[in-house]
Design a binder for this molecule. Structure first.
Ligand SMILES: NC(=O)c1ccc[n+]([C@@H]2O[C@H](COP(=O)([O-])OP(=O)(O)OC[C@H]3O[C@@H](n4cnc5c(N)ncnc54)[C@H](OP(=O)(O)O)[C@@H]3O)[C@@H](O)[C@H]2O)c1
Length: 327
C-alpha cells in the first residue's frame, strides 16, 4: 500500500483526502520509485480546482514533480538504488504524480539525479525552478549578457520568479523584480534583486510602444503584464514567457516586433525532450544553480498539509517554494 493525496472529481467539486492506495493502482510504468520530495507548483492548484482544466483522471494523485530512489525496475536504463527525478509529461496530470510515498512511472519520463544534487535540492527547484533555468538559458542563447542593463522578472515572489531572480543575480545581472507583495521586498533584495517595482506599474500604460527599459525579461504572469513587458523591451531584446497567472490573453500591436526587433521566447518544461531536459539539469547541478537554495524554501509540508498550501498558491499568495515531504 502507498500513502497518497488523492483528488477525486465529483459533479462541480474536487474532494481531496490522504488515502492508502493499492500498489496495483499506481498506474502504468516500468519503474517504481520511493519518493523523498515533491513540491507545490501553480499547476497543482489547478489540478484540484474544478475549473482548472488540468487533471486528466477523475481520481488523480497530483504533484507535477518528484525526486526519490528506484525500488523496482524492468527497464534496462534504471536499477534499484538509482536516484531519479521526474516532472512534466503526464506526471500529476494524466498519471499519478508526486503527492504520494511512491510512484510508478515510464522510464522515458525519468531523469537520473545529477550526483551533486540531493533529492531535496532538486525539489527546492522543482518544475518552477527548472522553468526559471530554461528561461535564463533561452535569454542567454538569444544573446543576453550581464552588464547590459536591467533585466526584469515578473511574478517575482512565486516559484518561477524567485528562482529566476536568484539565478540571474548570481550570474551578475542587474535584476529588477516586479511583485504585488510589499511585504516581500526585503526578501527579494536578499535573493539579489537590485530594484523592485510594483505589479501595477508595468501595465499602467497601453501605448503601442513605450520607453525602452528592459534588456531582457523572465515573465511567468502573461496577460497585460507580458504585453507591457514587450512594449518596454530594448531594441533587439527578448522576453522568456512561461506562465499565465495574470491571464492567458495577449493584446499587442506588431510594432515592438517590426520596429524594435524584440523577441518573444516561448518556454515549455512539460513536453521538452529528454536530451535537453537532462542537459539543463546537468547545467543546474553545475554552475547554473542558485547560490543559496535554502533561502528559496517557504515551507515544508507533509501530505496532510497540502490543502492549505494549494489554496495559498491558487490565490497568488506564495513567497518562494514549498517542499512536500513524502516519506
Ligand atoms: N511553461 C511551463 O513549462 C511552466 C512551468 C512552470 C510554471 N508555469 C506557469 O508559470 C506560472 C507561475 O508558476 P509558479 O509555480 O511560479 O506559480 P506561483 O508560485 O504561484 O507564482 C506566481 C506569481 O505570479 C504573481 N501573480 C499571481 N497572481 C497574479 C495576477 N493576477 N496578476 C499578476 N501577477 C500575479 C504572484 O507574484 P507577485 O505577487 O510577486 O507579483 C505569484 O506569486 C503559472 O502560470 C504556471 O502555470 C509554466
Amino acid at each position: 500500500m502507498t500513502r497518497a493525496f488523492l483528488a477525486t472529481r465529483r459533479d462541480r467539486t474536487v474532494d481531496t483526502e490522504v488515502v492508502e492506495l493499492d500498489d496495483a493502482d499506481l498506474g502504468e510504468g516500468d519503474v517504481d520509485i520511493d519518493i523523498d520530495y515533491s513540491s507545490v507548483n501553480f499547476k497543482d492548484a489547478l489540478a484540484v480546482d474544478p475549473n482548472g482544466n488540468v487533471a486528466r483522471l477523475e481520481q488523480l494523485v497530483p504533484g507535477v514533480d518528484l525526486a526519490g530512489t528506484v525500488t523496482k525496475s524492468t527497464s534496462e536504463h534504471f536499477a534499484p538504488g538509482d536516484r531519479v527525478l521526474a516532472h512534466g509529461y503526464g506526471v500529476g496530470v494524466s498519471h499519478h504524480g508526486g503527492f504520494a510515498a511512491a510512484a510508478r512511472l515510464p522510464a522515458e519520463w525519468l531523469v537520473p539525479l545529477p550526483h551533486s544534487l540531493s533529492t531535496r535540492e532538486a525539489m527546492i527547484l522543482g518544475t518552477a525552478g527548472f522553468t526559471a533555468a530554461l528561461s535564463v538559458l533561452a535569454l542567454e542563447e538569444h544573446g543576453l549578457t550581464p552588464g547590459e542593463g536591467p533585466v526584469l522578472v515578473t511574478g517575482a515572489t512565486g516559484g518561477v520568479g524567485s528562482v529566476a531572480v536568484s539565478l540571474l543575480a548570481g550570474r551578475g545581472y542587474e535584476v529588477v523584480a516586479s511583485t504585488g507583495k510589499e511585504s516581500s521586498h526585503r526578501w527579494l533584495h536578499e535573493l539579489g534583486a537590485a530594484r523592485i517595482i510594483g505589479r501595477g506599474e508595468l501595465a499602467a500604460s497601453t501605448k503601442p510602444l513605450e520607453e525602452q527599459r528592459w534588456h531582457g525579461a523572465v515573465d511567468c504572469v502573461g496577460g497585460p503584464t507580458l504585453a507591457a513587458v514587450i512594449r518596454q523591451l530594448h531594441y533587439g531584446a527578448a522576453v522568456a514567457a512561461s506562465g499565465l497567472t495574470g491571464g492567458p490573453g495577449l493584446e499587442l500591436t506588431v510594432f515592438p516586433f517590426i520596429l524594435r526587433s524584440v523577441a518573444l521566447l516561448g518556454i515549455d518544461s512539460v513536453q521538452l525532450g529528454m536530451a535537453r531536459r537532462r542537459q539543463v539539469w546537468d547545467a543546474i547541478a553545475g554552475g547554473l544553480r542558485p547560490e543559496d537554495l535554502e533561502s528559496l524554501v517557504a515551507g515544508e509540508v507533509d501530505l496532510n498539509g497540502l490543502p492549505e498550501v494549494l489554496a495559498t498558491i491558487a490565490r497568488g499568495g506564495v513567497q518562494g517554494r514549498h517542499l512536500v515531504v513524502c516519506n
